[in-house]
Design a protein around this ligand. Structure first.
Ligand code: SAH
Length: 353
């Protein structure tokens, strides 16, 4: 591992300034940005319209922090692809491609691991290893595009990690992929999910990006939420919902509430009433997601019948709600489970994993 900077994390403006610093012409910034963010090459040696001398000069200072696919699982049912990407320092992360009618969606990780401690989530079991750079977040999208030979139109920041716990890199990433001279992905096609880091929700709202904010709700009282999400000890639901209302006021974007259904824990009648109360007080949409059980915990998913009954009850009360369709059922490991099994397999010497 070197201590060179990640060139893919530089905004176009920063790239221009860097060229000035090293005494190069401004058009060099355009060329580099084009190679990195349009042609999406991952090696300076492939930048064929740049002289060897210039490439050497750049690589003295910078590196392209790689996101190298080292394992890909492909669903035979719906074309979902789950990737393990290896980073330049040897860490590995998960990325998922979801093929929808409206386009290709990539679900990216925002950190290596996570320190939020949600009880039902595999990503957080070993804590946080490090933050991802903006370039490493974008690199996951580009790597998938290179793999499938198609453009990605939508991004969801719902893989491992808490984006608002890596706020600067996360917002740099939004601006990077939104850049007209680069990937040019519309903010309207980007969704970021948070467990509810209130001060950062306000900061994000003030940036007025048109991205959708998803809030991991998962419980409708502070007491219950604290049992499954330690972050609830820091911020109350009322504070979080105020921040959600502020987000809508500033951006005009409806909040998505994510609600992972855990049998006997958050799927009772009382919970339904709580959801009606909460969703009725925020311009929002609820996504019900049967929890994906993880080996390390005993939580079970609410069954399909009970999930449907809950959905109907909410709809009767004029709440916008969908049950999230499960993608890639035949390659089911996700939410940090694929990464954990990959690391465990390689630790025990199974290099083919
Ligand atoms: N840190 C962010 C984003 C990461 S996870 C957040 O908390 O929102 C994206 C979503 O998947 C979150 O709603 C998270 O609570 C949910 N999730 C995590 N593990 C899950 C599991 N095993 N089953 C269902 N949903 C899960």
């Amino acid at each position: 591992m070197s201590d060179k900077r990640d060139i893919r994390s530089l905004s176009y403006e920063q790239m221009r300034r860097e060229m000035e610093i090293i005494g190069e012409k401004p058009f060099r910034a355009d060329q580099l940005f084009d190679w990195l963010h349009n042609k999406k090459v991952t090696d300076f040696s492939l930048m064929t319209n740049l002289s060897g001398k210039f490439r050497d000069k750049i690589s003295e200072k910078f590196e392209i922090y790689c996101t190298k696919p080292v394992k890909v699982l492909v669903s035979g049912l719906d074309g979902t692809r789950k990737y393990i990407h290896r980073l330049h320092d040897g860490n590995v992360i998960e990325t998922v491609l979801l093929k929808y009618d409206y386009g290709n969606t990539v679900c990216i990780s925002s950190q290596v691991g996570c320190r939020m401690g949600c009880r039902f989530c595999a990503s957080t079991i070993d804590g946080l290893a490090r933050n991802l750079t903006a370039g490493e977040m974008a690199g996951q999208v580009y790597s998938v595009e290179n793999d499938i030979g198609e453009r990605v139109s939508h991004i969801v920041v719902m893989g491992s990690g808490e984006p608002l716990d890596n706020y600067e890199n996360f917002t740099d990433f939004i601006e990077l992929v939104n850049e007209k001279k680069g990937a040019n992905i519309s903010c309207r096609n980007i969704t970021a999910s948070t467990c509810g880091i209130v001060p950062k929700m306000y900061e994000l709202a003030d940036r007025k990006y048109a991205i959708t904010l998803a809030l991991s709700l998962h419980a409708t009282t502070d007491e219950k939420r604290r049992q499954i999400m330690p972050v609830a000890n820091k911020y109350s639901l009322e504070e979080i919902l105020d921040a959600c209302r502020y987000y809508f006021d500033r951006t005009g974007r409806r909040i998505t509430f994510e609600y992972s259904l855990i049998e006997g824990v958050n799927d009772t009648d009382e919970d339904a009433q709580g959801l009606i109360r909460i969703a009725g007080s925020v311009n929002s949409h609820i996504n019900l997601i049967p929890v994906n059980p993880i080996a390390e915990r005993s939580y079970r998913a609410t069954g399909p019948k009970a999930a449907l009954a809950l959905k109907n009850k909410l709809e009767k009360n004029h709440i916008n709600v969908t049950i999230r369709r499960e993608m890639g059922r035949d390659i089911s490991a996700s939410c940090g489970q694929l990464r954990r099994s990959f690391i465990n397999d390689t630790d025990t010497g199974d290099q083919n994993a």
